[in-house]
Design a protein around this ligand. Structure first.
Ligand code: HEM
Ligand code: 2DC
Length: 469
């Protein structure tokens, strides 16, 4: 018979003391390393308490499977307190990110059809493809300017602009022009606001929403201002499309983006459409751009893999004869490159679910309504689940005995990432165009670590060189 919940290893009896230790260990930027350390100390399951929040943490793919198979039709993850607090403070509606129960499920089913389903994602390909091509043009201009056949830079902001341009093209069916030299300052303000919003979230992660606005700290004020900019700018973009649609300026045949589909369908109230489109616009900037930056960095450090990938892309291009949909079906290694990048550099340090019934993990009873976190960053770097985890070896995904519950970068099940298909296509098309045109290089021996800023990001600027092939 399994052991009881109170027998779980970990220092879960002293919540505030733990928060203090956590803080001392540089915790707010080091969550991912502290977790690895705890799994080493306590084994594959431990219980912890930070401030008021209790959780059980697991690392084993089999345990993740047990958790997700029991999640039911209304899975709930940890609700990031400052995000909830902002919406309550300003009286803004929730989108799927923060909704629960039936309200979440009905929104989510409508959105899935427009954002995730196989029928609709083919429509995204031309929209994302043109943004990828424009990024290449922009790099070419920079290379010509340098007069040396190469361009060396920290691409962070360039990639933010690429990512926002991409997600807006599928949301609104319209270009914002962010890959030109002079861009709308409002768009840059939006980009900076999303980064600041994430950055100010992490220190407030374990403070309950009800307390947050009352303390009125600088972090909270910055956080509110960031969301204000995000909501205001998204609202402007949405209004533009709404107006155009009412004037009926758009043709009815061509695909004109997620927002117009949702408006024309009229299944979701306008406030819910707005809330969800705003979440997607904000969720589409730092996530894909950081993943692409890591992917290019890893490809630069492993030229052999870069050459294999380029060969696959050239062959796929040849075979597809200009048919992009066909080409995307012939790039197995590229898809593995993205999985491998997310293994070493996941955006989310953990996946979380509240249990809906009692389950058994590692022979311990876990009661219903417990927050269980799957440490996907720790899992991706553990030799028990990936041989030689430190190696960037995308081909491992094509030859592994089992990838069972190991590729969890976008989460799992009905609550998985809503933007997954957009993100995957956007990243595939970007890398196709970049590898067809440039060699990606980086200085040898520069080690880049990871920093927790709510999402995981590089701990220092990554400098890349793009060289004309
Ligand atoms: C949720 C990862 C890009 C919008 C999530 C979750 C993860 C994730 C791990 C939680 C899933 C779970 O709990 O099972 C990523 C990664 C991305 C990415 C790795 C890119 C590399 C995007 C993009 C969008 C987006 C481009 C917008 C179009 C969302 C939303 C949710 C979500 C709205 C909440 C869904 C819900 O609660 O129903 N993402 N994401 N993400 N993501 Fe993404
Ligand atoms: C952060 O302990 C660490 O995709 C916490 O596009 C647990 C936690 C809960 C939810 C996670 C969050 C972490 C990281 C960022 C995620 C978020 C769910 C969605 C969000 C993974 C792991 C993200 C980046 C969305 C954000 C959309 C938003 C800007 C509107």
């Amino acid at each position: 018979v399994a052991r009881s919940f109170s027998e779980l290893p970990g220092n879960w009896r002293t919540g505030w003391l733990n928060l203090f230790h956590f803080w001392q260990e540089g915790g707010f930027h080091n969550v991912h390393n502290i977790m690895i350390h705890k799994f080493q100390k306590f084994g594959p399951i431990y219980r912890e308490k930070l401030g008021l929040y209790q959780s059980v943490n697991i690392i084993n793919p089999e345990d993740a499977a047990t958790l997700f198979k029991s999640e039911g039709n209304y899975p709930e993850r940890f609700m990031v307190p400052p995000w909830v607090a902002y919406r309550d403070f300003r009286n803004k509606p929730y989108g799927v990110l923060l909704k629960k129960g039936e309200a979440w499920r009905s929104d989510r089913l409508i959105l899935n059809k427009e954002v995730l389903s196989l029928q609709v994602i083919d429509c995204f390909v031309p929209l994302l493809n043109e943004v990828g091509e424009d990024f290449v043009k922009r790099v070419r201009v920079q290379i010509e300017k340098s007069g040396r056949g190469r361009w060396t830079a920290d691409l962070t902001n360039e990639l933010f602009r690429f990512a926002l341009e991409s997600v807006c093209n599928v949301l609104y069916g319209a270009r914002l022009g962010l890959l030109q030299d002079l861009i709308d300052p409002e768009a840059q303000k939006f980009i900076d606001a999303v980064t600041l919003m994430f950055h100010t979230t992490s220190p407030m992660l374990y403070i309950p929403p009800s307390l947050l606005c009352r303390i009125n700290s600088k972090t909270w004020r910055d956080h509110v201002q960031s969301w204000d900019v995000i909501f205001r700018h998204a609202d402007k973009c949405i209004q533009n499309i709404y107006r155009e649609l009412r004037l009926d300026r758009k043709s009815t045949k061509e695909y004109t983006g997620i927002l117009s589909s949702l408006l024309v369908q009229d299944k979701l109230p306008i406030d819910d459409i707005k809330a969800n489109v705003t979440e997607m616009m904000a969720g589409g900037v730092d996530t894909t751009s950081m993943t692409l930056q890591w992917a290019m960095f890893e490809l630069a450090r492993t030229p052999v893999v870069q050459e294999q990938l380029r060969a696959e892309i050239f062959a796929a291009r040849q075979a597809a004869q200009g048919d992009m949909l066909k080409m995307l079906k012939a790039i197995r290694l590229l898809k593995a490159v993205i999985k491998e990048t997310l293994r070493l550099h996941p955006v989310a340090v953990t996946l979380q679910r509240y249990t809906t019934q009692e389950i058994i993990l590692q022979d311990y009873f876990i009661p219903a309504k417990t927050l269980v976190q799957v440490g996907i960053y720790a899992m991706g770097r553990d030799p028990k689940f990936f041989t030689k985890p430190e190696l960037f070896d995308p081909a491992r995904w094509l030859k592994m005995d089992s990838t069972y519950f190991r590729g969890l970068g976008f989460g799992f099940g009905p609550r998985q990432c809503l933007g997954r298909r957009i993100a995957e296509l956007e990243m595939q098309l970007f890398l196709i165009h970049m590898l067809e045109n440039f060699k990606i290089e980086t200085k040898r021996g520069v080690d880049i670590g990871t920093k927790f800023d709510l999402i995981l990001i590089p701990d220092k600027p990554i400098c890349l060189t793009l060289r004309t092939l």
